[in-house]
Structures are given as C-alpha cells and as structure tokens.
Design a protein. Structure first.
Length: 275
C-alpha cells in the first residue's frame, strides 16, 4: 500500500509542477526534489528532514504535506520510529486532504490516514486504552460541508426569491389554485432559506475562526489550567484531529468529539489552511 501511495504522490508532484503549481524559490524546489528522491531511495529520515524544512519555510502545499506523511510512515516501517511519528504522519495526510483539490490525492491521503489511525488504535488496544482515534465531525458541520460556501449562498438567494414570489402570488392571486400554489412555494422556500442561511454562516465562521490541530505527541495527557495532569484521565490518541478552543498559554484547550480538555501545546501541530 505504501509503495502505491508513493507512486501516486510522485505522479501528483509531476502534474503540479507541469501545471505551474511549483514554488518560486529555487531552494524550496531543491528541498522538495531532495525529499522525493530520498523517499524513492528508501531514506525516510532524510525525506523527513527535507519536508520539515519546507514546512519551516512556510510552504503550504498538499503534495508536500502528503509526502511528509509518507516520510514519517516510512521511518516507522524501517524500524527507525521516533515517538510521535505516527501522529506527524497523520498530520501530513490530514493537511494534504484539506488543501488539495485533486480527488486522487485526497483519496490516497484518506486511505493512508486510515492505515495510520488503525495502527494507533491497535497499539492503544494492546495498552488497554480506548481505541477511538477519529470521533468524526458533528452532524451540523458534516451537513455544512456537503456544499461550498458560495453554493449555500446561491441557494439562500434562490430560496429567498422563491419565498418572495410565493407570498406575492398567494397575496394577489385570485384563483384558488394560484393561491394554493403560492402558499406551497412559500412553505417549501422558507425552511430551505433558513437552512441555507444557517449553513452559510456556519461555513463562514469556520473559514474565519476555526483552528484545528492533530495530536502528534505520543502521550497527550489532559491537564488542568495549571498544567497538572487530571487524575484518571486517558491521554488523547496521537493522530487524532481536534478543534483548538483556546490556544493561549502552554496548555491549550481542545475539543475531541464531545469532550473538551487541556493538553500541552507541544503535543499538538496545527493544520495549515489554504489562503
């Protein structure tokens, strides 16, 4: 599976470079090329260094993020794993899936993410810990994500127009059928308008204010506001995607599923967002 994913990312990198999606700085091009070569030659440690250097330079690119995830997975596979490698691999795949518009790359990132989280769950099960790694998004956020912000906005405008026409026809129509038709149109358009407005506002809020991160620390134990470990609390699984509620201080409050806990900021890696 990993070799097939590596082949996919190399193809994606070639497509992006020919499409003019490369980086302006020659140093970034050289770093990316060296990372790809290191992956191809089975040197995941060197690949990690190259792709992390790109991230440190502020390069935000789905292919680079995906390759970084592959590099960390490669280091685990060759027995040179460093604590947190699985979490950092998950971060790279999550970031690639968020940033890309290439369906193939998104699918490959999703499959790789499933493999990584399955391994995390297996290890947690052996340690007697809860195995849930990905609680998923809330129903409202999942619904909002079905369409883009622009699409929800257009739907809201269409529903508003339908509501206005329906009310106008019901008010001025003389024939019973016409008035009934106007009432039905208004009755359908009203709820659609309310839903479309709510989803538009929700997506806009997420675009402007939502911050998410991936747990990369192998032992992200919940703490209180003073940094003291909460007795009996189970550590968050590495590779889990969390919402950052409060990023102030060395211990950040995050939401994992339906629970909110504080963990050390060093155990989190924030997901980059497209401009």
């Amino acid at each position: 599976m990993t070799s097939r994913l590596a082949a996919g990312v190399l193809l994606a990198a070639l497509v992006m470079s020919t499409a003019g999606g490369g980086w302006a700085a020659d140093e970034n091009d050289a770093l990316f090329a060296s990372g790809v070569v290191a992956l191809r030659e089975g040197r995941p440690g060197d690949a990690v260094s190259a792709f992390e250097a790109l991230a440190d330079r502020g390069v935000v690119d789905p292919v680079a993020s995906y390759d970084r995830g592959l590099a960390y997975v490669g280091r685990v596979r060759v027995g040179a794993e460093v604590p947190g490698d699985l979490g950092r691999a998950a971060h790279g795949f999550e970031e690639a899936r968020d940033l890309t518009r290439d369906r193939k790359l998104a699918d490959d990132a999703g499959k790789a993410l499933t493999i990584v989280r399955s391994e995390v769950a297996r290890r947690r099960m052996r340690a007697g810990q809860p195995v849930e790694v990905d609680p998923g998004r809330s129903l409202s956020r999942s619904l909002a994500g079905l369409l883009s912000e622009d699409t929800w906005s257009v739907l809201a405008m269409a529903a508003a127009a339908g509501l206005a026409v329906g009310l106008f026809v019901r008010w001025l129509g003389r024939a019973v059928r016409v008035r009934v038709g106007g009432g039905v149109t208004a009755a359908v358009a009203g709820p659609v308008l309310a839903l479309a407005i709510a989803m538009t506002l929700a997506i806009r809020h997420d675009r402007m204010y939502l911050r998410e991160a991936v747990v990369v620390g192998p032992n992200a134990r919940p703490t209180d506001e003073h940094g003291l470990a909460v007795p009996g609390a189970t550590s968050l699984p590495q590779g889990a995607r969390v919402e950052v509620v409060d990023a102030s201080g060395p211990w950040q409050k995050v939401r994992f599923g339906t629970i909110e806990v504080r963990v050390a900021a060093s155990s989190l890696r924030e997901l980059a967002r497209a401009d």
